[in-house]
Design a protein around this ligand. Structure first.
Ligand code: HEC
Ligand code: HEC
Length: 288
């Protein structure tokens, strides 16, 4: 398997990326010298991090700029469904690294990845994800593209995209969209609860779920309600007030009513634009 043509093309691609990074670095050095002579005013060294990242991505011929809001939604999906085999950041584990995957590199916004994921490669241990929605698969694709950018731009891209927001606009957004549920007090020191802007963004886009979801399940056997500990299309497990966990198959005649306080928070997150997300993070980051 190590000798397959696919492997060779991956090696070739890695070499190309390495060579390109060296070239970009060299260009930077050159520009540094050139700057003195006034030949190249816009040297790599004088660029803002944003311009540098853009120059690198153009040089490497990377595809469409990843949609960061979609990637943030894709992250927990990737963690739950893929990280076990491909590693938390898609760098590989028992399954291959997806950073160097042709399927990922040749995809722009899920048009190649989504059909691939839906089908899987069962005989080789890659499960099929036929029940995921188009949107979920696209979000996972964006998450993967962001990981590729992150590696190609040596981490610069990621940091850049977390901190580019406009805090004043973020404040406006929060006042308009978030204070219907949260209060200024509950958000007051939100940033000091997270170590990095990265974690802060993750924390507000996908708040940890500490058993916030409850359900009432009606079946022929009676009615139970309590905290949901597990849920799928086929089964639901509920921990009742007495601490007992009951599992019910979701067949016909079983009615499940879910009360999820986070549902509206999540609906809002699904409508976030890239700029909104960056602005809100930038604003929350000021709330130490
Ligand atoms: C049970 C382990 C497992 C899980 C879970 C899993 N994969 Fe895979 N995946 C694999 C294996 C093994 C391969 C290699 C298949 C092959 O050799 O053709 C693979 C291949 C792939 C490839 C193609 C890599 C290439 O060579 O181009 C992509 C893309 C991919 N997986 C994405 C995902 C995504 C996204 C998820 C989650 C939605 C996921 N995988 C979940 C095991 C897994
Ligand atoms: C419809 C109500 C609703 C809206 C609107 C909403 N949230 Fe939430 N949010 C919740 C609920 C419910 C939780 C989970 C319970 C909790 O921890 O308070 C939550 C959790 C959070 C958390 C995690 C709190 C923690 O203690 O870890 C943050 C941060 C957060 N929301 C920020 C925001 C921001 C920023 C916005 C606006 C962009 C927003 N929320 C909009 C209802 C909402």
């Amino acid at each position: 398997m190590g000798r397959s043509p696919v492997r060779h093309s991956i090696c070739a691609k890695l070499l190309a990326v390495a060579a390109a990074l060296v070239a970009v670095y060299a260009t930077g050095q050159q520009a540094q010298k050139g700057g003195q002579e006034g030949v190249q005013q816009q040297g790599y060294r004088n660029m803002t991090p944003g311009q540098r990242a853009a120059a690198t991505r153009a040089f490497l011929g990377l595809g469409a700029v990843p949609d960061n809001a979609a990637a943030a939604r894709g992250e927990p999906l990737f963690e739950q469904n893929c990280a076990f085999c491909h590693g938390l950041k898609a760098r590989g584990a028992t399954g291959p690294s997806l950073i160097t995957s042709d399927t990922v590199l040749e995809d722009n916004h899920g048009e190649r990845l989504a059909p691939f994921l839906r089908k899987g490669v069962m005989e080789k241990g890659m499960p099929s994800f036929a029940t995921m929605t188009d949107e979920q698969l696209r979000d996972i694709a964006e998450f993967l593209h962001l990981q590729v950018e992150d590696v190609a731009n040596r981490g610069a891209y990621h940091v850049l995209n977390i901190l580019v927001g406009n805090a004043a606009k973020g404040k406006e957004y929060v006042e308009g969209h978030c204070l219907s549920c949260h209060t200024a007090e509950t958000l007051a020191h939100i940033a000091s609860r997270f170590r990095t802007p990265d974690q802060l963004q993750r924390g507000w886009v996908w708040p940890a779920r500490d058993g916030a979801m409850t359900a009432t399940v009606k079946s022929a056997a009676g009615t139970i309600s309590g905290r949901v500990t597990q849920i799928s299309d086929f089964r639901i497990a509920v921990e009742t007030a007495s601490g007992e966990t009951k599992t019910v198959d979701r067949g016909p005649g079983v009615q499940v009513q879910i009360d999820d306080p986070l549902a509206t928070h999540q609906q809002l997150v699904m409508t976030l634009k890239n700029d909104d997300m960056h602005d809100v993070t930038a604003y929350l980051e000021t709330l130490k």
